[in-house]
Ligand binder design. Structure first.
Ligand code: ZN
Length: 153
């Protein structure tokens, strides 16, 4: 797809605060997500919810519309997108390689089983994922990429 067809993300929220941050757009997150992912001292600085900076290279993890910001080393544990090697699915600790492997083997049943589990109440994306959202879009992307590569080979 041509870049011209990719819609610019909504930029109604505040930008990732510079100079520590990158100036990029944030992804809104709830207070529940902030509290679950940040060390208590860092979480306590946020009066309400905030925004996640999705740039893996940026040191700022969360910020709000005011002066607050939290840095990568204030996270309770490594999490995507701030730690590239962290599990793709934070709820069930499934690494990216697992989805790549499912696609390479053409294991659609295995992928379906994961998607069902990810859609069940067992998944706790709001507290496990840095953005508080489900990882299924990203998991599917990795799976399909490997599947297409394997079928094209
Ligand atoms: Zn940033």
């Amino acid at each position: 797809m041509s870049r011209a067809f990719i819609k610019e993300p909504e930029t109604t929220g505040p930008r990732c605060p510079t100079p520590a941050g990158c100036g990029g757009a944030g992804v809104p997150v709830s207070r529940v997500t902030l509290r679950a992912r940040l060390l208590p001292e860092a979480a306590a600085r946020f009066a309400d919810g905030g925004f996640l900076c999705p740039d893996p290279a940026c040191a700022v993890v969360y910020f709000d519309a005011g002066q607050e910001r939290a840095l990568r080393d204030e996270l309770r544990e490594p999490v995507r997108p701030k730690h590239v090697g962290a599990p793709l699915c934070a709820c069930f600790s499934v690494p990216e390689e697992t989805f790549d492997d499912l696609g390479t083997r053409g294991d659609k049943a295995g992928m379906r089983a994961f998607l069902e589990r990810a859609a069940s109440p067992e998944a706790r994306c709001e507290t496990c994922a840095a953005d508080g959202r489900s990882c299924v879009t990203e998991a599917r992307r990795v799976f399909l990429r490997a599947l297409e590569r394997a079928e094209g080979a």
